[in-house]
Design a protein. Structure first.
Length: 436
């Protein structure tokens, strides 16, 4: 009834223009208020999920350093879940503190967990198409069920030292758990090698369909990282560095979170939302117990020890190969000289000689084949090198011992023949004297 009367008043001109404007303004305000009521009634969940922690962790815009060296990537899709959005907010605060850009894929584009390597591959190619001076140098992947606890920890802390030639080719930072490789959190250097790695991971199930991939993309990544092309470029870091599992124990094991550590990861946890909410509360407290200054954590000493040890292992591998290859080359030359000298004699071919020639051919093939690796010498190569050297030297020793024995035998036979001839001559002379 009221609506009909207002319409009549409008159209019959009974109201002044000022009154009509006032009513229009009131109607607009009423519609706006109703709209906001509907929005907050039906959209409150989404707003709470995204902004719940902003009042406690800061309300600054998501900005990052334009000269950022490190970026973060993750995936969070499906219906919004409060626990996961709170986890993401912990990363956003960490990003603001350290100037990291973060890229979150909000749409699931492939089946299973394969959107993850697809998005990582896309982000690597996206950076590589930029001029080198404008690229991110490293990308860190974080599963959505990870919550930052210590915001003072910068990702740059974990990177291999730039000024060390032995470590400049480390392209992947990752950790194992009791199931093997765990790629819930890992760092990867933006490079052609990284693009090739994730192209291989994405193609793995199609090109090697008979291979069992118990953990889908994670298993494919584990297998790819064992290949010659990538194995020397991976650093298996301690799990606690940036992939610690939930624990409230004061003296938890090496796979579990300790107070002052960077973050906690809820891989395979039952009733995950409740556990994540508990740790999100702790994260948002910004308590010194969790959000400790870097100097009061174990990171500086642990990280220095780790990279020193990694460098030592690298140097030991290189030295082992260099010295072993030099020794094998000298042994091959010695055998070549021996075989060449043997061919000048009238001695017959023996089994020992055939074994020596075979060991020589194997050694030459091994050394020639190793050059195609382009310097990518792996642990198995060192074991094979040691075996080839040992086999060649054993064959040479057996041949030499056999030759010496054969020579001694021939010398003995020659001496005996000479003595026999002398005896025969003496006997003939004696007979001649007797006849005279």
């Amino acid at each position: 009834m009221l609506e009909e009367k207002l319409q009549l008043l409008f159209w019959k001109g009974s109201l002044t223009s000022r009154a009509r404007r006032t009513i229009l303004v009131l109607v607009v305000l009423l519609v706006t208020l109703v709209s906001f009521q509907v929005f907050f009634t039906y959209g409150a969940t989404r707003i709470d999920l995204e902004d719940y922690t902003l009042s406690r962790l800061g309300t600054h815009a998501d900005v990052h350093d334009e000269q950022a060296r490190v970026g973060k990537i993750s995936i969070l899709y499906g219906s919004p879940k409060r626990a996961y959005e709170r986890a993401l907010q912990s990363h956003k605060r960490h990003n603001r503190q350290h100037g990291y850009p973060m890229f979150v894929q909000r749409v699931d584009v492939l089946d299973g967990y394969w959107t993850k390597p697809a998005f990582i591959h896309y982000m690597i190619l996206r950076e590589l198409r930029k001029p080198e001076s404008q690229r991110l140098q490293w990308l860190f992947w974080f599963d959505a069920d990870t919550i930052i606890l210590n915001y003072n920890i910068a990702l740059e802390m974990f990177l291999p030292p730039d000024n060390d030639e032995a470590l400049k080719d480390i392209n992947v930072l990752i950790s194992d758990d009791w199931n093997g490789l765990n790629n819930g959190i890992f760092g990867i250097r933006v490079s052609r090698s990284a693009a090739e790695l994730f192209a291989g991971i994405l193609a793995f199930r199609d090109f090697e369909p008979d291979t069992q991939l118990s953990f889908q993309d994670q298993s494919a990544m584990e297998l790819m990282l064992k290949r010659r092309k990538f194995v020397n470029h991976v650093a298996k870091v301690p799990q606690r560095w940036f992939n610690a599992y939930e624990s409230d124990e004061e003296k938890a094991g090496s796979s579990y979170f300790h107070a002052g550590d960077f973050l906690v990861h809820f891989a395979g946890v039952g009733n995950r939302d409740a556990h994540m909410d508990k740790w999100a509360d702790r994260s948002e407290e910004l308590s010194p117990k969790w959000n400790a200054p870097v100097a009061k954590t174990t990171y500086p000493a642990e990280i220095e020890r780790f990279w020193n040890r990694t460098k030592s292992l690298h140097d030991a591998r290189v030295n082992h190969w260099t010295k072993g290859a030099k020794h094998l080359t000298a042994s091959i030359q010695k055998v070549n000289d021996t075989v060449t000298e043997w061919k000048k004699t009238s001695e017959k071919v023996s089994e020992n000689l055939l074994s020596l020639v075979k060991a020589q051919e194997t050694a030459e093939y091994f050394m020639g084949n190793s050059t195609k690796y382009g310097g990518e010498i792996i642990k198995d190569d060192l074991h094979q090198l040691d075996k080839v050297v040992l086999d060649l030297e054993n064959a040479y020793r057996v041949f030499s011992d056999g030759s010496a024995s054969e020579k001694a035998k021939l010398e003995e036979e020659r001496k005996k023949k000479t003595e026999d001839e002398k005896k025969k001559e003496g006997k003939e002379k004696s007979n001649t004297v007797s006849e005279s």
